[in-house]
Design a protein around this ligand. Structure first.
Ligand code: ZN
Ligand code: ZN
Ligand code: ZN
Length: 377
């Protein structure tokens, strides 16, 4: 992940130790004895360790109130695990092929204990643990500790900001390429190239939804040839310095129709209202309500068919979710999307999305390209 400029600073052993302590505090507050973290984003966040392959061999970080953090690894992967910066903040315990990894893990867990376990833990691993630790109960991490990774530190925020800037630079370039007469997939390929050129190490999605395809929020890009007058939803992102970008703008090929203009105005105002509702202490659902109210008032309530936003960090979709019923409060350092949309089946879609961070003074956009309806060629 090292880049020429030395930016961003690598996460330190102390960063990881702090995160492990925070995770344990959160677990205690949630009435849990600890966490069992298998490979995936939580393990990366807690240790910096990203095994090259996620396999049938059990790897697990055990955080429990009554012991030091312990990383259980297959012996053949021990050198890789040791190389991870955060592994130094945990005791390493290995197990060899032929041994019972669940017996090794059970020595770290309390019979009858309650633990959060990674959402993505393999069923065979969880079932093995359940059989090995009598009476222990396991709960999905995002169910019990949804905000574990939600509040970003300065270094994480710097990475998310860099990713957003790169995505913005890609947008400023993509609006200069030819749309009319080309397939969606061709514009999508341009977009992917631009994201890489501006520093993304990974491109995860490049939605180009032209005309009626824009009405399907899950449409990626297909063989449809883009026509004059089309409204085109662009929604793209990936990873830079390990952290995600995700932004949407909707452009028009040539002169927009009155309908396109009207829908775009509504979505832009809704996105503005959603961002304006961001403030520490307010419930996440307030962001959704603010954006949705504007769209409903304009008569498109039934056409806004998804939540207003999602958290972003090591993954592109993670808590907190900006949705009715999410009463948890916004906290400075949280980063999430605000992305209302209106979808008119068979005709068009409009979505505008920025990543926003919560500050003491309210929401601050990490994406800063304008939200005008731009005409493309
Ligand atoms: Zn998006
Ligand atoms: Zn998004
Ligand atoms: Zn999305």
């Amino acid at each position: 992940m090292s880049q020429t400029s030395g930016f961003p600073a690598p996460f330190t052993r102390e960063d990881y130790a702090t995160r492990m302590r925070r995770a344990l505090d959160d677990a205690a507050a949630a009435g849990l004895d600890g966490l069992v973290v298998t490979p995936g984003p939580d393990l990366v966040w807690l240790t910096g360790y990203r095994p090259t392959a996620i396999t049938e061999r059990l790897t697990a970080l055990v955080l429990a109130a009554d012991r030091d953090p312990t990383l259980l690894v297959p012996v053949l992967e021990r050198p890789d695990a040791e190389a991870a910066e955060g592994a130094a903040a945990a005791a390493l315990v290995d197990w060899a092929d032929g041994a019972d990894p669940y017996a090794a893990a059970s020595a770290l867990l309390r019979p009858g204990g309650r633990y959060a376990v990674s959402d993505s833990a393999w069923a065979m691993h969880l079932l093995g643990l359940q059989a090995a630790v009598p009476g222990a109960r396991f709960h999905p991490t995002t169910e019990r500790l949804p905000m574990l990774r939600a509040v970003k530190d300065a270094n994480e925020l710097a990475r998310l900001t860099a990713a957003a800037r790169a995505a913005d630079a890609a947008y400023e370039e993509i609006v200069t390429v030819r749309f009319e007469g080309r397939k969606e997939t061709e514009v999508a390929a341009d977009l992917a190239d631009l994201l890489r050129r501006f520093g993304h190490e990974q491109v995860d999605f490049t939605v180009v939804g032209s005309g009626p395809n824009g009405a399907n929020p899950h449409h990626e890009a297909g063989d449809r040839v883009i026509e004059a007058g089309d409204c085109v939803v662009l929604d793209f992102g990936g990873l830079m310095f390990g952290y995600g970008s995700d932004t949407s703008r909707t452009v028009c090929v040539g002169e927009p129709s009155a309908e396109v203009r009207q829908v775009h105005d509504v979505v832009r105002a809704a996105q503005e209202a959603g961002v304006a509702a961001v403030r520490p202490g307010a419930a996440c659902q307030e962001v959704d309500r603010a954006a949705r109210r504007l769209i409903a008032d304009a008569g498109y309530g039934e056409r806004f068919i998804h939540r207003t936003g999602h958290g972003i960090g090591l993954t592109t979709h993670e808590p907190p979710y900006m949705i009715e019923g999410e009463e948890r409060q916004m906290v400075p350092g949280m980063c999430f999307s605000v992305e209302p949309g209106v979808y008119l089946p068979g005709r068009l879609g409009v979505r505008i999305e920025d990543i926003v961070t919560v500050t003491e003074d309210g929401g601050r956009r990490l994406n800063t390209t304008d939200r005008e309806l731009r005409a493309v060629g």
